[in-house]
Design a protein around this ligand. Sequence first.
Ligand code: SAM
Length: 281
Amino acid sequence: MSNLAGRLYIVATPIGNLDDVTLRAIEVLRGVDRILAEDTRHSRRLLDHLGIAKPMLSLHEHNEVEATGRIVEQLKAGESLALVSDAGTPLISDPGFPLVRACREQGIAVIPIPGPSALLAALSVAGLPTDRFRFEGFLPRRQQARKAHLQSLVRETTTLVFYESSHRILESLNDLVEVFGGLRVAVLARELTKLHETVRSAPLAELLQWVEADDNQRKGEIVVLVAGAEAGGDRLSVDVDGLLGVLLEELPVKQAAGLAARITGEKKNLMYRRALEMTKD
Ligand code: SAM
């Protein structure tokens, strides 16, 4: 395949099911001189599955800036290279951006070999509007930054898509409930294309309860999708008094206020004051 020379191929690979690899991806991976991989041992499993033996170089978030110059020189010297990540489409919350930018700046051909991405797989089955969406990647790790970021998204009207890791899903869901309100509809898309594939749609408070109650829902890889402000019910439209009224029939003021705050995303002291007013006479 001599026409591959001096080109960088960005090759999407499966997000779980190894059969989700395109014919063109196989052809390119077979044809290039070398494969750049985020984790060479991980990608070797896919290459073994495809019967491809190829020299590999590692390109990950800690060396990609430093390695870019060297790789550009290899491409200029006529080598053909394919970039793959551990799963899905490279550069989508994965390494490769500095390299692609450097190649484009220097007139080196960068060719996409499209295929799986958890973002689009999740969107395609979530049942939320897809005509417009906002991909937010991973949320900040620290709670204060995470909440501030979520706050900046609360009025966004398009579907929001987040990547999340299994060990942070509970914390993130808690913050989503607090900021967006428990009534906002969301979808958890977990382990897509794998044995334990699960897609569940429900109001955020319900999803949180479900994940809290079942540790299996905290395992594996997860995409969280949140309905846009109008599509899923804006929190301003929640009938707070109605909700508090129902809760106060069953619970003491403090508990009712706490629960109402969790469900609506409003401040606890605000709910508490309102609950006191409602129980005054
Ligand atoms: N480049 C990849 C892509 O195109 O989807 C994403 C890489 S990012 C480092 C990994 C995140 O993608 C995971 O934490 C999870 O949020 C999501 N993800 C990857 N595979 C998934 C799967 N099979 N099911 C659900 N989410 C997945």
